[in-house]
Design a protein around this ligand. Sequence first.
Ligand code: B12
Ligand SMILES: *[C@@H]1O[C@H](CO)[C@@H](O)[C@H](O)[C@H]1NC(C)=O
Length: 136
Amino acid sequence: MKTPTLLLAALLLLLQISGISAASSGQTPIGVLVTNSVTNAPNNTYSTYVTYRGILIGGLRRLQNANTGFKFTYIEDPNYGPYLQSVNGLDGCTQERTYWELKVRKPNGKVIRPNVGIGCYIPSANDQIILNYNKY
Ligand code: B12
Ligand SMILES: *[C@@H]1O[C@H](CO)[C@@H](O)[C@H](O)[C@H]1NC(C)=O
């Protein structure tokens, strides 16, 4: 190979490597909306991010560590992983049949109810995660 060809090849390789690392270290921004269907307490909104293909609980931990006032606790279920037990100090309660429901408003406005919990859901960019205190 002549020198210019070699240089071009090296440049292309470099671009490819930096492209790969940018994609895998990228941040996926998400919103978090805390709502209450039981008491109609005021809503709270936050923003945070998950890492590339990261799980929702990672974003919730990041949000909690950022001292925005957002807090949550979870219980490890032996079969399904982390069960969201409380948000901002309010606990779900079996006797009262209350729980924290997980919903997601997609960027197109459609609201879905994921069929997995906070340890399995992988947010997409600009998902609005809705943590809604609800009855069952
Ligand atoms: C009843 C039930 C609930 C009740 C449980 C309350 C109660 N005290 O009974 C309520 C309504 C709270 C509930 C909530 C949710 N559930 Co549910 N639930 C069930 C159901 C129908 C039966 C579970 C049961 O009673 N098993 C019998 C008992 C004896 O066994 P157990 O191990 O003690 O059961 C406990 C766990 O199942 C746990 N649990 C229930 N749901 C979930 C979900 C997650 C993610 C975790 C970690 C634990 C958990 O609560 C049960 C009682 O303590 C199952 C489906 C099924 N047929 O099994 C879905 C099921 C377990 N739930 C499911 C889901 C997705 C959810 C939600 C994430 C839904 C949502 N989008 O909000 C939320 C949890 C959100 C959170 N706070 O983390 C999925 C889990 C799949 C997965 N791989 O993650 C299942 C399999 C249904 C499905 N869609 O396929 N659930
Ligand atoms: C809270 O958010 C829910 C879901 O987006 C919305 O329906 C409700 O009107 C909001 N409530 C308040 C008090 O803003």
